[in-house]
Ligand binder design. Sequence first.
Ligand code: ZN
Ligand code: ZN
Length: 168
Amino acid sequence: MSLHIEYRCDKCNFNFLGGHSDLSGSSFRVCHFQSICKGCLTSFSIFSEDLGYLQSDKLCFLLPKPLFVVPRKQNKTEQREWKRRIKRADKAEKEQLRLEWEQLTHNKMIDEVRLGIPIQVTAFNGGIHLELDTIHCPECESVGKIVLGFTPDEVCPKCDQGLMSCSL
Ligand SMILES: [Zn+2]
Ligand SMILES: [Zn+2]
């Protein structure tokens, strides 16, 4: 289940699509949250260490670059070899191989996510809170500027004049 929240400025063209997205394979699910740096207006994805929903007993990671669904580390030869194996297999085996392939991809995505910037997650008022205050922006290096969204009537970080509003 994905939940998007759109934030926009009432004076300029600035907008930010926050919330989280869910991407599912048949054997796994990848959930990521959108964040944005108020300093340089770059947006970043945040993943939990197992690519599932954020929970207070998990670490999460901010990725400077988009996550590759087929990770870079997996070379072309390896990919082709898997495709060939799946093609040749009989029906029952096909499904099994496909699940193995997905699991492998999933594990590589987890490895890639764990190279990101770690963020502490804490329980907060029945929900969760990401400790973003001490995080450096990988793009502009400013500290504590990364947010998951804007409060209603917050001043726009782009034009410094308009007010932010949000809609689901
Ligand atoms: Zn604005
Ligand atoms: Zn920045």
